[in-house]
Write a protein that binds this ligand. Structure first.
Ligand code: PLP
Length: 364
């Protein structure tokens, strides 16, 4: 625990936010820029919010090196609403939604698409406990593919793409919820990407969706307005009242990321942080059994098992007594999961690694 009473939160989401962001939000809480109101109280039609909205869009574009051919949109409904919106908008009759099934969130997305149209499993690591992502050439694209859908980082099992598939003329769509803005992304390969904010870039309640304008244009006008991407693109995400406060925090996080040196610097930092934890797993592989195959390891979520579930429970409990919370694995996977998103300082990973080393010595 540091002097402000803050602990290291290794939870998978909602998760840590950068301290300077929280401090700025605190300083501006009662009187945002001399308005005498908090951001929670201002109109979404005010100049103040228009600036917040546009600055956040601009900074996200700068971070990802995007030009004006791209639209940055803010929506509600979490990452999960995107599972449904994507097929509703892009899976037309006669076409097939191709899914790389690399984890439970990719799987859930595919099940939602099944309700809308035809889908195909283009790749699956389900039978091996979702321990990896596809290697080059392993994706089997169906004929008449409407798109290929991937999940960049598998939050539950701890795998992450380190190279994205080449899909040629087939649009590539990706769920970046748990590694959004954690490293540079070759955005020219993608047509639409999204991320729920609460893992890497803000509070729950806002989802950032980034699409190529040419891909978003021409949706079926019979789609309900709030389920049609064009509504968000054409109205700057303010057709109705958007999640104003969440967008404000996402904007502050984007500015913080720029001040850190952008995504190039974050990639170096995140690689260094996760290595500190994986090095301990690799040092005692019979005690800390990593779930992901090494070349698919996530820089965001390290997942591992201990020899018994009793030891796992003790690990979580003792870590909490030492100022590290949120280490219990996802309810579907069990085990231990250490989430090390952008806002987790290196000191947190060092503290966890030292704890793991000590725990091994006492319980091996
Ligand atoms: C958490 C998560 C989701 C679900 O997000 P919600 O905002 O809770 O709907 C979807 N995909 C991935 C990869 C996630 O980590």
């Amino acid at each position: 625990m540091n002097k402000m009473g803050r602990i290291f939160n290794f939870g998978a989401g909602p998760s840590m936010l950068p301290l300077p962001v929280l401090e700025q939000a605190q300083a501006e809480l009662l009187d945002y820029k001399g308005s005498g109101m908090s951001v929670m109280e201002i109109s979404h039609r005010s100049d103040l919010f228009e600036d917040i909205n546009h600055e956040a869009q601009k900074d996200i574009k700068t971070l990802l090196h995007l030009d004006d051919n791209w639209s940055v949109m803010f929506m509600g409904g979490g990452g999960t609403l995107q599972f449904s919106m994507i097929p509703m908008n892009f899976l037309m009759p006669g076409k097939v939604g191709a899914y790389a099934d690399t984890g439970n969130f990719a799987h859930k997305a595919m099940l939602e698409a099944d309700k809308i149209g035809e889908t195909a499993v283009a790749y699956s690591s389900r039978s091996t406990g979702y321990d990896r992502v596809p290697k080059k050439g392993e994706i089997q694209m169906p004929h008449q593919a409407a798109y290929l859908y991937i999940n960049s980082n598998n939050t539950v099992y701890g795998t992450e793409y380190h190279e994205y598939p080449e899909t040629g003329h087939v649009p590539l769509i990706a769920d970046f919820s748990s590694d959004f803005l954690s490293r540079p992304v070759p955005m020219d390969r993608f047509s639409l990407v999204y991320g729920g904010a609460q893992k890497n870039i803000g509070p729950a309640g806002v989802t950032v969706v980034i699409g190529k304008k040419s891909f978003l244009r021409g949706r079926d006008s019979r789609l309900p307005l709030m389920l049609n991407y064009e509504t968000f693109m054409d109205h700057d995400s303010t057709y109705n009242t958007p999640p104003v406060y969440g967008i404000y925090i996402v904007g502050l996080v984007a500015k913080w990321l720029l001040a850190q040196g952008g995504l190039e610097a974050m990639a170096v930092r995140n690689a260094r942080k996760s290595k500190i934890v994986y090095d301990v797993i690799d040092a005692y592989p019979d005690f800390y059994v990593g779930r992901a195959q090494k070349d698919s390891r996530s820089l965001m979520n390290a997942t591992f098992n201990l020899p018994t579930s009793e030891l796992e429970a003790l690990f979580v409990e003792s870590a909490a007594q030492n100022g590290m919370v949120g280490l219990k694995g996802h309810r579907v996977s069990g085990g231990i999961r250490a989430s090390m998103y952008n806002a987790m300082p290196q000191e947190g990973c060092e503290t966890l690694a030292a704890f793991m080393d000590d725990f091994y010595r006492r319980h091996r």
